[in-house]
Write a protein that binds this ligand. Sequence first.
Ligand SMILES: Cc1cc2nc3c(=O)[nH]c(=O)nc-3n(C[C@H](O)[C@H](O)[C@H](O)COP(=O)(O)O)c2cc1C
Length: 161
Amino acid sequence: MPHNARTMAKRLLIVYHSATGGAARMLDAVLDGARNPDISGIEVCVRTALATSADEVRGAAGIILGTPENFGYMSGALKDFFDRIYYPCLEHTPGLPYGLFIRAGNDGRGAEQAITRIVTGLRWRAVLPPVIINGELDASRLAECTVLGATLAAGLEAGIF
Ligand SMILES: Cc1cc2nc3c(=O)[nH]c(=O)nc-3n(C[C@H](O)[C@H](O)[C@H](O)COP(=O)(O)O)c2cc1C
């Protein structure tokens, strides 16, 4: 890739947490979509929630969030992410297109509601409904994660978000 093409690539930031590997399997499927070879000009950057800075969010053209549901809420790691980036990003990321995936044991709606409340405050824009998997991580459900990743990346490539 020529140097100027690299510097012009839009960044799709994926911020996730997984303690026992379930959300990480969803992440792998999201990446299959986001890194589809038919999509060009998108730099996909994967970061754990605890390691993601506000600067990284401010430099992103789009963001995908991934978490397990723990105690009816998002993981503590993703909550820590929001605690740290909310005010530094509030005036800098309005309209940021986002996607969300949640791994749950039997529900997932508590995490969805909590995250939706925060990203509404940030004025981020959902481009697809959240993918919540609370049963088997089978191929058809993981395919929804792949669609999520591909939709964000292709939409950024096309400039439609
Ligand atoms: C401490 C703890 C709390 C949990 N709370 C919930 C919950 O409130 N609702 C739910 O559907 N699943 C709950 N689960 C199940 C997890 O969401 C599930 O195990 C998930 O696969 C964890 O994702 P991970 O493998 O990416 O860490 C909980 C699991 C743990 C360890």
